[in-house]
Design a protein around this ligand. Structure first.
Ligand code: FE2
Ligand code: FE2
Length: 354
């Protein structure tokens, strides 16, 4: 294990594998591509993926601990569920699904904010050596690769536009007829406290560097979004892959499967760096030492509470608000809406948060 490479240049962490063919879908040149065998290859993974494995192995060897883990089952399933999505489309009310795909793409784009973080020299905040760790590479390629994956880079589209492309394939360019700006505004985007905003309140002791807290906090919040997204992928595949239901012969579902593959290194590096922070001793501004496990635990618990509580309620309200908005514009809309609610996943009334 000690012979594994653990130090990488930024150029290496941003390097692509050699692709035999680019990914072009719905006229959009996307990131990533295909190898000679036709298998999808995620962008910036030539060194990033082996790097994450090497950092995890190194940390396990140094501290004898497990990598932080949070299963997707921590969060309830997607709202609307697959049966509700199918019902809306079959009832001639596809707009809430168009809204949901637009919302997902928009949130993905916000994920690129992670590249705005400025870690600087993080060694000053940790007692143990951080050379050759994921922590030490956050500002040297990892945040940048993540940002490029979410929002695109140069001429290559990222997840934001890939979700929009999936929407446009499945619903045959619906945005020509729908006011997307108004739709996003109804769902709470572009307002103070909108989804994707930073949580400004401090949770850690005053002597802990504010910037480090901001970084660790955003990483935890983004990790939770990334893990929950695996519900979204399964959900989207559950109806986007049905050629009788939506257009595109399954191409929209293929795009979603490529996005899903790209998320694995995001979860990987975030978990790895947060694990390294948890296992280390943090140094406050006056030289006081703090257990990383307590600090990360504090941010983790608060983030999870927010995600399961307010964050989820906000998303449900936005999505269910769109369902109501569009159903009630159709003849027989009240019946379509009643049927929608009757298909709610057992134990969770979809109307409760609306
Ligand atoms: Fe993404
Ligand atoms: Fe991601």
């Amino acid at each position: 294990m000690t012979t594994q490479q653990v130090t990488f240049t930024e150029a290496e962490l941003l390097a692509d594998h050699t692709m035999a063919e680019p990914l072009i879908e719905g006229g959009v040149r996307c990131h990533g591509g295909f190898d000679a065998g036709g298998t999808y290859v995620s962008p910036c993974t030539k060194f990033r993926v082996p790097a994450i494995e090497a950092w995890q192995a190194q940390n396990a060897k140094m501290f004898g601990t497990e990598v932080l883990h949070v299963p997707s089952e921590t969060w309830p399933g997607h709202v609307p569920n697959v049966a509700q999505a199918r019902h809306l489309i079959q009832a001639g009310v596809p707009e809430p699904l168009i809204a949901t795909l637009t919302r997902i793409g928009t949130v993905e784009g916000f994920g690129a904010n992670i590249r705005l973080l400025q870690p600087g020299n993080l060694q000053t905040h940790f007692d143990e050596d951080i050379r050759g760790t994921a922590i030490d590479h956050l500002g040297k390629g990892l945040f940048e690769a993540h940002g490029r994956d979410e929002a695109g880079w140069e001429e290559e589209a990222g997840h934001k536009d890939m979700w929009f492309a999936a929407r446009d394939i499945a619903f045959e360019t619906p945005t020509a007829k729908i006011d997307v700006e108004a739709m996003l505004a109804r769902m709470g985007f572009g307002q103070p406290g909108a989804p994707g905003g930073f949580d400004p309140e401090r949770a850690l002791p005053d002597d802990i560097d504010v910037n480090l807290e901001l970084i660790a906090n955003l990483m935890i919040r983004v990790l939770f979004i990334e893990v929950q997204a695996f519900h979204t992928f399964a959900w989207a595949d559950g109806w986007l892959s049905d050629g009788d239901l939506v257009a595109g012969d399954g191409r929209a579902a293929d795009l979603v499967s490529f996005i899903r593959a790209d998320e694995t290194p995001h979860v990987g590096y975030l978990k790895t760096a947060l694990t390294e922070m948890r296992d280390r001793t943090w140094i406050g501004s006056g030289g006081q030492k703090h257990k990383g496990s307590e600090l990360i635990g504090t941010l983790w618990d608060r983030g999870l509470r927010q995600s399961l509580g307010e964050g989820r309620a906000q998303t449900r309200k936005a999505v269910l608000g769109e369902v109501e908005h569009w159903c009630l514009q159709h003849d027989g809309g009240a019946d379509i809406l009643a049927e929608f609610h009757s298909l709610s996943t057992a134990g969770t009334s979809d109307s409760e948060a609306a």
